[in-house]
Structure formats: structure tokens, C-alpha cells
Design a protein around this ligand. Sequence first.
Ligand code: ARG
Ligand code: ZN
Length: 468
Amino acid sequence: MTHLRRRPALLAAVPLAVTALLAAADPALAAGGVGAPGVGDPCFPLAGNGGYHVDHYDLTVRYDPVSRRLEGKAVLTARATQRLTRFDLDLHGLKVTGLTVDRAEARHRRHGQELVVTPRRALRKGERFRVTVAYSGVPGPVTDPDGSLDGWIPTDDGAFVASEPQGAMTWFPANNHPTDKSSYDITLTVPEGRTAVANGVLLGQRTAHGKTTFRWRQTEPMAAYLATATIGKFRVERFTTRDGVKVYNAVDPREAGAAAPVLKKLPSVLEWESRLFGRYPFRAAGAVVDRAPQAGYALETQTRPVYDRAPDLGTLVHESAHQWFGDSVSLTSWKDIWLNEGFATYTEWLYAEQHGGDSAQKTFDALYATPAGDELWAFPPGNPGGENIFGTPVYARGAMALHALRTAVGDRAFFRVLRAWAAEHRHGNGTTAQLERLAERLSGKELGGLFRTWLYARGKPNVSQKTR
Ligand code: ARG
Ligand code: ZN
């Protein structure tokens, strides 16, 4: 199975917005009733916001693929985690045409990606409140520190919406960090003949006056970056799996021939992964196979990954594995991205191993044989920096870290760790430190050295008896 995925070349690091980092960490702000402009993520200081959690997003979006105009209404049901005289949402571009907090108009201003809201009266700690934002404009993607595009990416027949790590704010106002997970209702209206696909279950679809409205519901908690609203001319296929999971596949006809044999395997891949990792975390599944060279990558959008082209089987296995690792168990800080990509990549190795391909050991050995100057060893995967979150070491050396763990603790303990990780953090978040403690608990071994070597030590690790 491929270990080097196609992804944009690494660009030079952009300087951290240090002032924002300080603001996010400033307790004086919170004491004064001001919600911080970020949750304090070291890779993306302005991502998310302080002072509240969003329980539910109700998004209503109309999009015209010809004019590329979007009209949106977002209703956020939230809870204050501190007294709030002021709080931020994340929104990139677009124009805000109306904003209310609990039905009262609220003052608001834009400051970069921060939409700063001053409600008419202060919100009490613990209070539930509702923010309604009307907005419109021509959305476009953001450029990430690594030079790749994410968010709302227009295509020749609609839009490819893949928002990891930052792009959710390009199409709806969000608390844009994986530590805040929410349920979603997403209602999308597009010209008749186009299909608009979001996450979860399709509640209904209706055509009137030349427009079709699709109503999607994502009940299990979801990080904002995993929401999608991918639009195009698609062929649709729907069925329910033996486990009762509702599958909805949408495929660009130009990709249909290549996609069909791979998509046919989706139910068996999900069953195989359920056996390894525990029950599939969601009630819905599927795929959107688009033609989106502008993106150049696939994304594990929750319940229904989006593919920029017909995927190969390895990529399908990879994005499916993310439903457990990344989507259900989300990272707490973007520096722990290997918890997503290392796990999904290692799942590809396991799939090969159990389906007549190379053993994971063989894949590990082949990677380990690459010279110390190779890209694979350019930086350790445990804290790669925002510009490197999708770099080769995060995927490949991240997977090697898991293989080293497996070798150290044995298969029994290793697979128990994978299942316990998925179960104990199901629909929540996790950190590398928590994984390490879990692995130590289940194996009875001291694993600090192994985690340090594979995740945090610079250069090609010296493989000792411990990991072979
Ligand atoms: N998580 C995706 C994967 O499974 C990659 C997303 C890449 N995103 C980006 N902005 N470059 O491989
Ligand atoms: Zn991935």
C-alpha cells in the first residue's frame, strides 16, 4: 500500500501570530468577560475561541455554481463557559448582513478571521444562548501554512468542501477548533440537477422552482473541519449495510468507472475496521467522489469522506480509518496530528497485511531502510508545527511509531490499545500523553522511551532490540 501520499510540497514556515497566542492565554481577558480569540492551539493560535461551546449548528446555505455566490444563515446553540460581555466566532471573508444573540441584534465587527460579537447584555457563565448570523458573498479557500488550499474550493460544476485544518470558517461562522464538537443540521439549496452532499443522514430532498434543497443531519458530535457541503453533478447510490449503517455515495460521472470497484468495497472495509477498532462510530457512511484537482487531496469528512478523484483502495481504507481516529476520537491540539494520520496510515499497512499484501513489518523495514537524509526523517512527527502537519513524517513515521509500539507490547496488547483508544475517547478528544498512559496501562510496560524516540527525537531513530 502506498505510504507516500500525494500532497502539496512543503513551503517555508510562516511566523506564528505571537500576539494572538498571548491573547488566547491571557486570563485577564477572561476575567473581564471577554472570550479569547483562540483556544490557544500552538499551530493555529486564532483557531476556535474562548468562553463558550457550541452544542449545535443549524446551517442553511444556498449556492449558485455559476455566479459562485453563497447565501447563508447559521444558527448556533451554545453555552457560555465563563461570563461573556464579548466573544468571537471564526469567519473568513464573506459579508455579515445580520447578527442576533437570543433574538436581540448584537454589535459585531470583523478583525481578520475573528467575528467579534458584543451581545446587548452580558451572558452569564453556564447560560445557554443562540447566535444567528446571516451572511453572503463569494466564498473561497484559505491557503494553509504548507501552501495547500482548504475550505470552500470551487470546481467546474460546484464546490469541493474540505476544511482541514482551518477552512470551516470559509463557509460558516464557527468555533473552529476540534476541541469543540457539535451536532449539525445542514440544509443546502442548489440549482436543480446538482447534488449537494453534507454529513450524516439525508432527511429529505425537494425540488421547486428549479432549485433542489437537501436536508442533512449529523447527530453525533463533529469537529467543524469535518463538515462538508460538496456540490456537483453526481450519480447517487444509497443502501443500508448489514450493520444498519445508511450509506450515501455521490460520484462525479467522469470518475465513476475508476471509482466503482473501490466503492464496492466500502461495506467490507468498514466491517473489517469495526472488527479491529470496535463498532463503527456513526449511523451514516458513504463517499463523495468529485473531480477537484484544485484540492489535490482527499479528506475524512465525517461519515462521508470527500475524494478529489476516484480513490485507490488504500486511500479508501485510510479515510475510513479516520472515522474512528480523527473523527470520533479527535485530537486536542493540532500538534498531535499524528494521532490522525499515523493511525490511518498504519491501518493501510494492516489492511495489506491481512489481505494478502506485505506484512506491516515488511512495510516498516522498507521505510526504515531509507537513508537518514530522506524526507521521512526530516522532523519528528510528534510536534511538527503548523507548516508540517501533513508532512511525510506525520504519516509514515507516525505509522512506524505504532508499529514500534506493536512490536514492543505484542499483538494482543497492541490491538487492545487500539480498541480501548477508540472506545474510551469515542465522540471526544484525546492527546498523545493519554495514548501513552493507556498503552502503559494495558501492556504493563514503561513506554516513555519508545514514544520519545519515535515521536519527538530528531533524526532517524536507532532501532534497538526494543522495537524489532
Ligand atoms: N487528512 C487528509 C488525509 O487523510 C489530508 C488533508 C490535507 N489537507 C490539507 N489542507 N492539505 O490525508
Ligand atoms: Zn489522513
